[in-house]
Write a protein that binds this ligand. Structure first.
Ligand code: IMP
Length: 440
């Protein structure tokens, strides 16, 4: 059974660790959206890897990785990541396939993004400045350049024409420092020589692998609340990180998604602008940020921190059809006497238990908290069996599952692979057992 791993919040839920944990049980890990705006941090035996574009499965030598057509690829960022892995002893080799339909991020995308953010002033999105939005704009505007287009290296071919026209548009927006399209064309032709070995038909590769009984893990980037359609628009990224993005972003049928695992942190964080009802300020924010090491893996920006928002998680469970939840970073809440859990919002005098679909309404919502007892003297850090958790931590987890209407299958109690609780009889426990039987 193929598994989708999807963020239930505003990204940074710890998907990298969970994908890395599950990767030994699959043949392929596939990314279907986003680009190198993502930052998946994986700790293995004291060494830390931060992946932006490559699926986190790349750390396992038996796993093949796919970058689907729904992903936007900055060739230089990809080469840099492959170099970083090689320097730590991990060879990508022939374990990578990039869809030839994936769109290419070019230097002018980054410039256009910075220009747009500046113009927005106080209404800025707070993007990662990786060129993600403008690249998707070109895709939707049908003037984008796809990886497969780079094979046309002639001076007067379709690629040269497309670059010339796009650079002309860019030069009309950003006056003064003009981009030379010929230099860019030469650069892209050089990139193609290095990329060619990895480029192919990802839809065909995945469909054939699934038909042969190989298991695929679909790795979401960002999170449900950053989804271009279902997130807190316009303070979102430019792709569909929710489950719906999988079929469009990889070219696989809906029945290839066997089960959906939602990843949620035991509290909430957000990078960039936009409403965040459970945000806290002052000492508590500092505590969550420092203990949780809440700094952007891509940009180093301090993340905004707040309490767990069960209303948002319930919305994520609905939009994605979660079969189970993985709750990460439970140990960050160790030491607290009490833990507020937001189970409803107050909006214009009324109590809401469903996430408002209008971002303007969300911005006016006040959190309604249930205050649960903490576990100040019994730390959860490093606990690996559910039964060893303090009773208060079990109650907290149960309440998270109840409000979302989804059972909890995994709990993470530290950054290392081993600091993980597999809930007996839960989705992942059953899935791993079935995989082990199939493999033997
Ligand atoms: P963009 O994806 O760079 O266009 O940024 C749009 C919004 O999504 C900004 O608020 C970013 O901070 C946020 N964002 C993008 N990628 C991630 C991620 O991987 N984790 C958390 N926030 C992200």
């Amino acid at each position: 059974m193929n598994l989708a791993v999807i963020g239930a919040q505003w990204g940074d839920e710890g998907k990298g660790k969970i994908v890395d944990l599950l990767a030994p049980f699959v043949s392929i890990v596939a990314r279907y959206q986003g680009g190198h705006n993502a930052g998946h941090t994986v700790s293995v035996g004291g060494a830390q890897f931060v992946l932006h574009l490559l699926p986190s499965g790349i750390l396992h030598s038996s796993v093949h990785c796919v970058i689907g057509n729904g992903v936007v690829v900055d060739p230089e960022a990809l080469f840099e990541e492959i170099r970083m892995l090689a320097s730590k002893g991990i060879e990508v080799g022939d374990r990578l396939l990039i869809s030839e339909k994936a769109h290419v991020i070019l230097p002018y995308h980054r410039e256009l993004e910075m220009h747009a953010e500046e113009r927005r002033g106080s209404r800025r999105i707070g993007t990662t400045a990786r060129g993600i939005g403008p690249c998707y704009e070109d895709k939707a505007g049908r003037r984008g350049i796809r990886i497969g287009d780079l094979r046309d290296t002639s001076d007067d071919g379709l690629l040269a024409d497309a670059i010339r026209e796009n650079v002309l548009l860019r030069n009309q927006v950003i006056r003064g420092a003009e981009t030379d399209w010929r230099a860019l064309h030469t650069e892209l032709c050089a990139s193609w020589v290095r990329l060619e070995r990895w480029v192919g038909d990802a839809s065909l590769f995945l469909t054939n692998a699934i038909r042969k009984g190989q298991c695929v893990l679909f790795e979401g980037a960002q999170g449900t609340l950053l989804d271009i359609d279902h997130g807190t628009y316009p303070f979102v990224s430019s792709s569909n990180g929710t489950v719906g993005g999988i079929c469009a972003g990889l070219g696989v049928g809906p029945r290839s998604i066997g089960a959906v695992l939602g990843i949620t942190k035991a509290y909430t964080t957000r990078v960039g602008e936009g409403p965040f009802p459970t945000e806290v300020r002052g000492e508590l924010e500092e505590m969550l940020r420092e203990k949780g090491r809440e700094y952007g893996a891509s940009t180093g920006r301090p993340r905004r921190c707040g309490w767990y928002d069960a209303v948002a998680a319930r919305c994520a469970a609905r939009v994605n059809g979660f079969d189970a939840l993985a709750v990460t970073k439970l140990d960050v809440l160790d030491g607290l006497d009490e833990i507020p859990l937001c189970c409803a919002y107050r909006h214009e005098g009324r109590e809401l238990t469903e996430f408002p679909s209008r971002t303007a309404a969300l911005a006016r919502c006040e959190p309604v908290y249930e205050v649960l007892p903490g576990w100040p003297r019994n730390p959860t850090a490093g606990i690996r069996r559910y039964e060893d958790l303090p009773a208060e931590a079990k109650t907290y987890l149960q309440r998270i599952g109840e409000v979302a209407g989804v059972p909890i299958a995994l709990v993470s109690t530290g950054s290392d692979r081993a600091d993980t609780i597999l809930v007996a009889g839960g989705l992942i426990d059953q899935w791993q057992k079935k995989r082990a039987v199939t493999a033997s």
